[in-house]
Design a protein around this ligand. Structure first.
Ligand code: TYM
Length: 332
């Protein structure tokens, strides 16, 4: 069976609508057809400072949101990155294969280090894509379902896989990003030309899946729209309305064109109410299921331990093969 793998950072109490529509929805769809690995990249989260108690809590909360959002631990392997030490081990090899210039061209590093300047950025932020390449290559997935912003990182993983194969012999399957057309880029509700993001969005621009339904509805209803009055899809001229259409299209599984027809002659306000209702209806059960799951942290930890065991069974022989191929002497 073909395999997929993906992860979301535990860097906030709640996933946001972009994470949900750009990633989680597709993961849930994929688990019926693919051998699926979904993990929580806590090691990626510490590339920027995190409060330790909060990080542990958010790791568990993220796991709960995966499950509440539809990841079935019987079908998919769900685990925490730091529980599988092979990720850190393969990262070293990936770093040694990556060019300094190549790493410097990663746009996420450029964006994130731009704020405080490259000099004060952590080295972990720089080597982040090599950890991500290790995450991917340890499992030899055929596809990596992500939002559009992760495309470049998956391409690096592919380049490194190819380079390793070339230098040391066929080892890795070349992974490709699986990016759906709908939902691949959800924008900030207040600033609809920049993507919705836990770090960059203003609170009012963000919809968190664990927010109170009233808060969610209010934020959507006060989304920035555009000049004009006609509901139509135009990313350049009407980014706000287009973002709302895209959200509604993904949540309701209705093509944008059909929605535009449906809203012909109606005002922006009607669209906002429809989006708010649809999003609240979709997120409400996920929120309550998450809160329920969090009442039994020991059970969640047990599920994660079982997932880590399943993951290690795959990752460990791959790392052993890599070690042998690069010439590391096997311990006697
Ligand atoms: P992260 O945690 O930033 O985001 C998790 C997933 O959500 C998607 N996403 C969005 N999709 C649509 N619109 C948005 N506004 C939006 N914001 C985020 C992301 O594309 C992603 O799919 N480096 C990764 C985590 C990671 C990973 C991996 C992913 C670590 N190792 C291995 C795949 C494979 C990240 O920081 O995603």
């Amino acid at each position: 069976r073909a395999r997929v793998l993906s992860g979301m950072q535990p860097s906030a109490d709640s996933l946001h609508l972009g994470n949900y529509l750009g990633a989680l929805v597709n993961w849930v769809k994929a688990q019926d057809d693919y051998d699926s690995f979904y993990f929580i990249p806590d090691m990626h989260a510490i590339t920027v400072p995190q409060d330790p108690a909060e990080l542990a809590d958010r790791t568990r909360r993220t796991a709960a949101q995966y499950i509440a959002g539809g990841i079935d631990v019987e079908k998919s392997t769900l685990f925490v990155q730091s529980h599988v030490p092979e990720h850190a081990q393969l990262t070293w090899i990936m770093m040694c294969l990556t060019g300094f210039g190549e790493a410097s061209r990663m746009t996420q590093f450029k964006d994130k280090s731009a704020k405080g300047g490259v000099e004060s950025a952590g080295v972990g932020l720089f080597t982040y894509p090599m950890l991500m390449a290790a995450d991917i290559l340890l499992y030899n997935p055929d596809a990596v379902p992500v939002g559009d912003d992760q495309r470049q990182h998956v391409e690096l993983a592919r380049d490194l896989a190819q380079r390793f194969n070339h230098r040391f012999g066929e080892t890795f399957i070349l992974p490709k990003a699986l990016i759906r057309k709908d939902g691949a880029r959800i924008y900030d509700l207040q600033n609809p030309t920049s993507k919705m993001s836990k770090s960059a969005s203003s609170p009012n621009g963000l919809v968190n899946i664990l927010d109170d339904p009233k808060v969610i509805a209010k934020r959507i209803k006060s989304a920035v729209t555009d000049t004009g009055t006609v509901v139509s899809y135009d990313r350049e001229e009407k980014p706000g309305v287009s973002n709302l259409l895209e959200i509604l299209s993904t949540v309701s599984d209705t093509p944008v064109d059909a929605l535009v027809e449906q809203f012909e002659g109606k005002m922006y306000g009607h669209l906002k109410v429809a989006v708010a209702d649809a999003v609240v209806e979709r997120l409400e059960p996920i929120r309550s299921r998450t809160l329920e799951l969090l009442e039994d942290p020991a059970e969640l930890d047990r599920l994660l331990a079982r997932g880590a065991e399943k993951a290690r069974a795959v990752a460990s022989p791959v790392l052993a093969e890599v070690y042998r191929k690069v010439g590391f002497l096997a311990p006697a």
